[in-house]
Write a protein that binds this ligand. Sequence first.
Ligand code: DCP
Ligand code: GDP
Length: 227
Amino acid sequence: MAKLFRAVIMGPPGSGKGTISERIAQRFGLTRLSSGDFIRENIAANTDAGVLAKTYIERGLLVPDHVMTRLLLPRLEEMTRHSWLMDGFPRTLAQAEALNSTCDLDLVISLNIPYETLKERLSDRWIHPASGRVYNMGFNPPHVQGRDDISGEPLIQQDDDKPEALVARLRHYKDVAKPIIDLYKSKGILHTFSGTETDRIWPYINSLLSTKIPSTSQTDTQCIPMP
Ligand SMILES: Nc1ccn([C@H]2C[C@H](O)[C@@H](COP(=O)(O)OP(=O)(O)OP(=O)(O)O)O2)c(=O)n1
Ligand SMILES: Nc1nc2c(ncn2[C@@H]2O[C@H](COP(=O)(O)OP(=O)(O)O)[C@@H](O)[C@H]2O)c(=O)[nH]1
């Protein structure tokens, strides 16, 4: 069977994971998997795991490992014939180990963005809570100010994105991401990209992926066979 391509994108809040994974999905036709979107879908559909996850998110807590793995791993197991890029999972070493036992990753992208840049971006980040669509008033503003492009519903700013919450989130990210990054480094699949602008980082990511996966003009291709 043709080889499939599996990748993970990691980085602190505001580092551009969502923005860059959207570009990768478009350019290379991978299925983009976002754990945040997946949680939101499960909450909307009232699944057992969704109801449970909601009780944590409402209190501003991370969803525990066993709930996250119960939500995500069966979904990944269904994707045996698909190439994918995952954003937002694993978020802890336990999640990384669970992922390890389910599939072999080909590549991990880690984004390394200065604190001041994260702070500026997040203070300008507006989201459409129901879909998770993300805007930035300078970088990618909505067509109509304060409104989601697709639904026309109001956009909000998350309390989590305020500078006072960011310091704690960043510290938390650094603590939990370090062992995950070390794990992927030791496997030889980690690629780190540093910078302050997505548009300047993107060409490097694009050329790395071009050596690993064929590009496609189709945006709905689910499965990219490797030569
Ligand atoms: N492995 C994961 C992934 C997500 N979540 C939770 C944390 C958030 O409250 C919610 C939504 O996740 P997103 O990744 O969409 O959003 P964040 O705001 O946490 O991420 P970032 O700021 O990095 O974009 O799900 C979690 O507990 N564990
Ligand atoms: N000014 C600016 N904003 C950016 C850039 N790249 C992404 N953003 C915005 O910064 C915010 C964080 O990006 P996002 O992709 O949500 O990051 P994530 O939290 O890692 O998923 C969003 O509002 C993006 O629109 C950039 O190069 N410059």
